[in-house]
Design a protein around this ligand. Structure first.
Ligand code: PEP
Ligand code: MN
Length: 352
């Protein structure tokens, strides 16, 4: 596979954030132009997004304005100088989006879960040099995300980016889509050449969390944001709870702390801290290995004396003790519980 081009060479100055904003759905010419006008006052916003075909959970919901919306996007681009971006889910969307000079495309989370759909899009994009962003699939599966990127690469595309928009989860969380930061971090580890930006709107699902999540994404080194804006958010036809006005977006940006690029002296400090962490991780691994050896010896003893492997009373007692001790040390009790559950499960497996 070839090399992915650096996002900052596509349409940005180096060191700048890529900010994509605009309505969840294009609803009317007035709504789109009013939103675009508001966004044109924010220097950071370079790309105007707008959903033309909306993947809705239930069929009776607003499913997008369709082709006419692309005309309005084109008009907004001519008036305000934005690049335009829309979601494509089937080849017909790609053809229409390109017909109206859409500059950037994205493939949505529900489409990325289906390799047949992604392959069809890839085939239809063959020979185009339009930049395409791939949202993470709704399922927390980094390989599915990576696979979609690879299908586009296989079709010869090189301007490919990834959008982290969070994951569906059965657990109740305060987010609409749990961020599971470890998954975009894993994608970055596997493919450091693929630029990743963060769709804070679909992670949060509400306005209140946007700032906090955006700051976290910046702290983790995101290259940019997708964030939904609407001239009248509470009356939006889709995603009304999470959209904000362009004015609120401007305010939100002023509250964010941008991390500067590492310079030499700072890099030394960071490297030393990382070295300390590496040493601690090493030590932890040695200790875990030592613990597993002892655990095997206990297993042999239990076999000889015909004792059950799982001694529930003792396990409950030590788990409680570790959680309390962890909390006293300022650790998160839930995380301590998970760590020991994994260690315990491994110990039991060795004794069986
Ligand atoms: C959207 O961006 O409006 C959208 C539908 O996104 P996702 O595919 O992330 O749900
Ligand atoms: Mn949306």
């Amino acid at each position: 596979m070839g090399e992915i081009y650096d996002i900052r060479e596509w349409f940005l100055n180096p060191n700048d954030l890529l900010v994509i904003s605009g309505p969840c759905s294009v609803e009317s010419r007035e709504q789109l132009l009013a939103t675009a006008e508001g966004l044109s006052k924010i220097d950071r916003v370079k790309v105007l997004r707008g959903g033309i075909w909306k993947p809705r959970t239930r069929p009776e919901a607003f499913e997008g304005i369709g082709e006419v919306g692309l005309r309005w996007m084109q008009e907004a681009k001519q008036r305000y100088g934005f690049l335009t971006m829309t979601e494509v889910a089937v080849p017909e969307h790609v053809e229409l989006a390109l017909k109206y000079d859409t500059d950037v495309l994205w493939i949505g989370a529900r489409t990325v879960v289906n390799p047949f759909s992604v392959q069809e899009l890839a085939e239809c994009l063959k020979g185009c040099d339009v930049p395409v962003f791939v949202k993470n699939p709704i399922a927390p599966d980094v390989k599915l995300w990576l696979g979609a990127i690879e299908r586009l690469e296989g079709a010869g595309l090189r301007n490919i980016g990834a959008i982290h928009r969070g994951f569906s989860s059965i657990e109740e969380t305060s987010y609409r889509n749990a961020p599971l930061w470890e998954i975009p971090i894993e994608l970055l580890r596997l493919r450091p050449d693929v630029p990743i930006i963060t769709d804070v709107s679909h992670i949060c699902g509400c306005r209140e969390l946007l700032q906090e999540v955006a700051q976290k994404a910046l702290d983790l080194g995101t290259l940019g944001f997708m964030i939904e804006t609407h001239n009248d958010p509470s009356h939006a036809l889709t995603d009304a709870k999470q959209q904000i006005t362009p004015d609120s977006l401007k305010k939100a940006f002023s509250g964010l702390v941008l991390r500067k690029k590492i310079i030499d002296a700072d890099e030394m400090v960071l490297q030393n801290l990382r070295k300390e962490i590496d040493d601690i991780d090493d030590e932890m691994l040695n200790l875990i290995a030592k613990r597993m050896n002892i655990s095997e010896k206990i297993g042999d003893f239990k076999k000889q004396h015909k004792l059950t492997v799982l001694q529930m009373g003792r396990w409950k007692q030590i788990l409680e003790h570790h959680i309390n001790r962890g909390v006293n040390l300022g650790l998160n009790g839930e995380s301590v519980k998970e760590i020991f559950e994994i260690i315990h499960k491994d110990s039991i497996d060795r004794q069986l």
